[in-house]
Design a protein around this ligand. Sequence first.
Ligand code: AGP
Length: 611
Amino acid sequence: MCGIVGYIGYRQAYPVIIKGLKRLEYRGYDSAGVALLNHGLKLYKKKGKVADLEETVIGMDLNGNAGIGHTRWATHGEPSDRNAHPHASASGELAIIHNGIIENYANIKEELVKKGYHFTSDTDTEVLLNFIEDIKRNNNCTLEEALRIALKRVVGAYCILLMDKNDPSCIIAARKGSPLVIGIGKGEHFLASDASPIIEYTKEVVYVNDYQIAIVKADELIMKNLGNEVQTPFITELDMELAAIEKGGFDHFMLKEIFEQPATIHDCLRGRLQPEQGIITMGGVESHMEKLLNTSRILMVACGTSWHAGLVAEYLFEELCRIPVEVEYASEFRYRNPVINPGDVIIAISQSGETADTLVALENAKDKGAFIFGVVNSVGSSIARMSHAGAYTHSGPEIGVASTKAFTGQLAVLTMMALKIARAKGTIDESRYLQLIHELEAIPEKVAEILKDTSEIEAIAAKYQDAADFLYLGRGYNFPVALEGALKLKEISYIHAEGYPAAEMKHGPIALVDETLPVVFVATKDRYYEKIVSNVQEIKARRGKVICIATVGDNIIPSMADDVIYVPDADELVGPMLSVIPLQLLSYYIGINKGLDVDKPRNLAKSVTVE
Ligand code: AGP
């Protein structure tokens, strides 16, 4: 899940590429590099962040109106200068950058070694490049033709950009599985893994499909399939502003995105929720209501934070719609050979819409006749385009690697879906339906209420930032929130943390509890309240340090817990959109107190585009 940028046109390519790589750095930051075409090929690359590369090239020849750039998340070969992209071919005539994994690279490498090829890196990408060069040389064909032949042998996922020093007039690109967007300018073209490096230059873009090749010149864009047939590019208008991908005065994107949630949840509800009329408008649901009403089960398929949203949705859909729900880790679901019956409904949840584990799981299920409903944030992304229907979360670009506003957006969409289907199915009475619509409508304001004063959360973060481990506990709708809180802390602070159903403690994990272990309870007022109060006492009996997320006005929990963070009262079905906010902030403040890069945590990337 590397970041890829390319430019060809009248501008100097280097500044466009460097700026673009910085915008994509959330996709991987193990190394960075650029290749520029100007009277030959010049390659510059460096282990570390884009800023380290900039240091390295001071005083170098950075001229050229065509270039490609890469920021890496290492898969094959450790982060190092020699494994950094771009790679040059054995002859030095070709350069490549790649996002993805070539699964059969070892076989191809073996063949090339027998032919006398030597490799300077451990990467699958260098193998692919020399394979292409070998075909080009042996068939005496064009780079484009050699690429087409090579791709028919390649197994895996890729977005690649190629340049040939003997043909400085174009950049050749290809994609399968990993995302690629091409920005169309006047006398120039931009290529990138997503729209963020392109938005400041043009809003006209083409989302490249799987098995497509693009021949990109300054004033021409040719799209072809692997069968060498020309295909008309489908140009769409970007619905995003540059400000959306800037920090807007916040120290970090993560903090900005946490504070954006009153607005992003409102944007998600806007035009869909009409509380006065008691109406929820969702085109994707309406046009496929029959399928949703008659399905014998719903499968939620996702990864990471999106999987936690799926878990909340399991409670929602079973309670409101009385439809059995299974929540699947996409990576396991893909290879478990699950039983999928035609007509089964799969709700695919993904912020980026590019997560490979989820994408391949859906393609597999789609082949078996499942109906795919996508709940996605990134407009035009692969999962959005491969779903039969869907609903965008409208959370805006999420740059911080730790997902925050997309999670509450996912919960808002899934809650509206469950309410709409339940009403159509007659499994909810009208007063409850209307009550929940109003509860949902009130969420943005209640989130704003929580964000008004974060001083208590900052103090608690400072108190526990040196803990070695954390436990997060919750029941019912708050159990997935506990899991999410634990994930946020792990991602951002590198502190080991586990989330559990609170009652599960007695079956083992309670052995971990002593005076050094902070235990975070999501203990807001709901049908499980009395039970969770007993669970708090069980932990206090073992002298654990208890931090509770409690409902404003609760006077029992404060008498037991060491620290309490209050959230406004709300119905338990919409409560997760409130109780998660303090947990997002707790992980953020602990992360910055530890001096960590909370927007680009180590070893992570925003969009996991490799299996
Ligand atoms: C969450 O903070 C992480 N970034 C990660 O777990 C993420 O949720 C997961 O990779 C799924 O991503 P998606 O929603 O873009 O598919």
